[in-house]
Unconditional design. Structure first.
Length: 176
């Protein structure tokens, strides 16, 4: 077994065991479960303006606060639940991001009814990176282009930007 400490990785995950595990085992791997995709999108939205380390270290608190990111449950959150979440010191207490999460759960429900699953929606998007980003930005609430790209990489819909020195780096094939 290769020693995980001696491997070269992307600089952003160095010296933090949770970031190393996320980098090595999750980031860029295809996510197919509806609730897991919703979680990935939600965490990327909450990460905007903060470090990924902050979000990752609060991930279990987010999972508890948002009931396992079960789309149908989150879609039913009301204003009383928003106020309760705003008091939860275990998560990022940002009203607009919390309200957007609830709205995005409702959007996800509609997509699942129409497409059958969130994976169907995301895989049906154009192969062009900019088109994918715009589609996600215009479909979901509180998503900018950077957040859309971070989500696409995290959930395995586009190649993650591993550093060339990272053991997971894959050379891009030259266009023929």
């Amino acid at each position: 077994m290769t020693n995980v400490i001696t491997r070269q990785r992307c600089k952003w995950c160095e010296e933090d065991s949770q970031l190393i595990q996320y980098h090595d085992e999750e980031w860029g791997r295809q996510v197919t479960d509806n609730d897991a995709l919703f979680e990935a999108l939600t965490l990327e939205i909450f990460q905007a303006g903060l470090s990924w380390k902050t979000i990752l270290h609060k991930r279990e608190n987010f999972r508890a606060a948002f009931e396992g990111f079960k789309i149908d449950r989150v879609a039913d959150f009301d204003s009383e639940k928003v106020e309760k979440l705003l008091q939860d010191k275990g998560i990022v207490r940002h009203r607009r991001k919390i309200e957007s999460t609830i709205e995005n759960a409702k959007i996800a429900q509609e997509i699942i009814k129409r497409e059958g699953s969130l994976i169907s929606f995301f895989t049906s998007l154009s192969d062009e990176k900019a088109d994918k980003q715009k589609a996600i930005k215009t479909t979901f609430c509180h998503v900018g282009l950077t957040t859309a790209e971070s989500f696409l990489q995290a959930a395995g819909f586009s190649e993650p930007d591993h550093a060339p020195t990272c053991f997971l780096f894959k050379k891009k094939e030259a266009a023929e």
